[in-house]
Ligand binder design. Structure first.
Ligand code: NDP
Length: 272
């Protein structure tokens, strides 16, 4: 049992998680010592509930990653507006004997777009590709930045339609997409296997930033495609990962870390 302020990330698999190193770098910025561990949990709902309950006997806060984000949503006593909109929880906070669920993924993206990509989102036309959990989590935070519009397109159009209806935005099929977008966000999991959504290269002609939520040691196939098609800037999702962690840290400790040096340190480590 640690006597330090104790945090963890629940996931399966979890050995690859960068969260411990990110949060230790945040703690250095704050000038405190924390204990931040990885917790591998069997991928069933009962095991997850027990692991959370055991951890919060002494723990102060936790992150939640795949495959537990929707179970965390069901488990908590209270949900933030962001978690409700996302339908998923990535941050657990224990306060006044209440387990609160929040979702910082979308704010993490907005923070990365603003601070590292230098993108002012106000009045921008945004295209989101994909309609899974990540897409759902980023829509409200992007709308809150007063973008001009968001169009959603997904391989399975029915899913895009449902999600678009929830947020009163437009859904189009990949082939219906036309014109140009200031910001194009790849929220599909295609990059995991090196595949690119089946969309026209013309969409990138006036694109200021093409952003892939996925991250790896090198540019993703989507980033290469976007750059060749005329996108002025491209970025991967490592900055979003650091940004969501920073928002979690702020919720737990009231200290808002500077993401830029942490992002630089992770890129230099090159062991993504
Ligand atoms: P989900 O499994 O919930 O959704 C996957 C989405 O990708 C669906 O819309 C699916 O379409 C689409 N898709 C999958 N393969 C293809 C393909 N070959 N072509 C076109 N569309 C495809 O995944 P998540 O939403 O959780 O994650 C999406 C991505 O975001 C992942 O790469 C993940 O790593 C990344 N991510 C990054 C984070 C960060 O901090 N940087 C945080 C969270 C996620 P369909 O509906 O037709 O199946």
């Amino acid at each position: 049992m640690s006597f330090l302020p104790t945090y963890t990330v629940f996931g399966n698999p979890i050995a690859h998680s960068k969260s411990p190193i990110i949060h230790q770098l945040f703690a250095q910025q704050e000038g405190v010592a924390i204990d931040y561990s990885r917790t591998l949990v069997d991928a069933n709902q009962q095991a997850f509930s027990k692991a959370v309950n055991d951890f919060f006997q002494a723990g102060l806060g936790a992150n939640v990653t795949l495959p537990f984000k929707t179970w965390a949503f069901e488990l908590v006593d209270e949900l933030s507006e962001g978690a409700r909109a996302a339908g998923a929880v990535n941050t657990l906070i224990y306060k006044d004997k209440t387990l609160i669920g929040d979702n910082t993924d979308g704010l993490g993206l907005v923070r990365d777009l603003r601070d590292n990509c230098k993108m002012d989102l106000r009045d921008k036309r945004v295209l989101i590709l994909g309609a899974g959990g990540a897409a759902r989590g980023i829509i409200l935070p992007l709308l809150n930045e007063q973008v001009a519009e968001i169009t959603l397109a997904n391989r399975t159009h029915e899913k895009a339609l449902q999600l678009a209806q929830q947020f009163s935005i437009r859904a189009q099929t990949f082939t219906e997409l036309s014109g140009s977008y200031d910001v194009i966000i790849n929220a599909t999991s295609g990059s995991v296997s090196g595949s690119i959504p089946n969309i026209s290269a013309d969409l990138f002609s006036g694109c200021l930033l093409a952003y892939d939520l996925f991250y790896a040691n090198e540019d993703t196939a989507f980033m290469r495609f976007a750059r060749n098609a005329g996108a002025k800037n491209v970025a991967d999702g490592l900055g979003m990962l650091v940004g969501q962690a920073a928002e979690s840290y702020r919720l737990w400790r009231g200290f808002s870390p500077d993401c830029a040096p942490v992002l630089t340190a992770l890129r230099e480590k090159k062991d993504n």
